[in-house]
Design a protein around this ligand. Structure first.
Ligand SMILES: C[S@@+](CC[C@H](N)C(=O)[O-])C[C@H]1O[C@@H](n2cnc3c(N)ncnc32)[C@H](O)[C@@H]1O
Length: 226
């Protein structure tokens, strides 16, 4: 088999079949999202499970997610919570949020999930005022152009030991292209510069391939707070 997207997809499907299998709530979430016309830009099943395991390894009780879409990653993360755990997820689109809300209810996770509709940069300061922080894990997966600002706000909502995960950092490899005219690529380059210079985190990026193409996750451990 040739190396490339077809092989990545075949391997992803093979891994999903053996490590995840059929999951009625998650399968119904994808189906309902597709039927509602949402773009298929959610994390892959293996990435969803990776986030779930990360939250469990962390012992996360409070999770913040930026970018709900149809709640596919939300469900993976919320399932990692203990009985008294809570996940706040932020979504700018009311249409997406309505689909997500139905998917969360079907997955029996409504009591764990607080879905807030509006621009993340308007809601994050409110979380500070409400004293919802510190979060144990923060997953940043909303519009890519705002990633540097999301990361700065995530730090304000963190404690030493918080894990911050940022999706879609590598952007088909364009991350390494300084001359890219793509605003999302330049935003990720700015984010990586700030991540590397930030004294309060220890961070890395893992490149990923799979049925969503070539991309990558940034993973940051907050080591101290300003
Ligand atoms: C990549 S999708 C999220 C996928 C989801 N995390 C998953 O894996 O299932 C990005 C989402 O962020 C939302 N979004 C875009 N701009 C936003 C903003 N300013 N504030 C909050 N959400 C935003 C989009 O409407 C979209 O639903």
């Amino acid at each position: 088999m040739n190396q490339g997207p077809e092989q990545w997809t075949a391997v992803d499907e093979y891994l999903s079949e053996h490590l995840i299998g059929s999951d009625p709530a998650l399968d119904a979430t994808l189906e309902a999202s597709r039927t509602a016309g949402l773009p298929a830009i959610q994390v892959t099943p293996c990435q969803g499970k990776f986030l779930h395991l990360l939250a469990r390894i962390q012992g996360a009780r409070k999770i913040l997610e930026l970018g709900t879409l149809g709640a596919y990653s939300t469900i993976w993360l919320a399932r990692a919570l203990p009985a008294d755990g809570r996940l706040i997820t932020l979504e700018v689109s009311l249409e997406n949020a309505e689909v997500a809300s139905r998917n969360i209810t079907r997955a029996n996770l409504s009591s764990f999930v607080d879905l807030r509709v509006g621009p993340a940069l308007e809601i994050m300061p409110k979380l500070l005022v409400e004293r919802q922080n510190p979060f144990d894990l923060i997953f940043i997966d909303a519009d890519k152009v705002s990633t540097p600002e999301y990361f700065r706000w995530a730090l304000k909502l963190s404690r030493p030991g918080t894990i911050i995960v940022v999706d879609n950092v590598v952007r088909k490899g364009a991350l390494a292209d300084a001359s890219s005219s793509d605003a999302s690529v330049q935003a990720m380059r700015q984010f990586i510069r700030e991540l590397g210079a930030e004294k309060h985190v220890n961070a890395t990026v893992l490149q990923t391939v799979g049925n969503k193409g070539y991309d990558g996750f940034a993973l940051a451990l907050v080591t101290s707070v300003p």
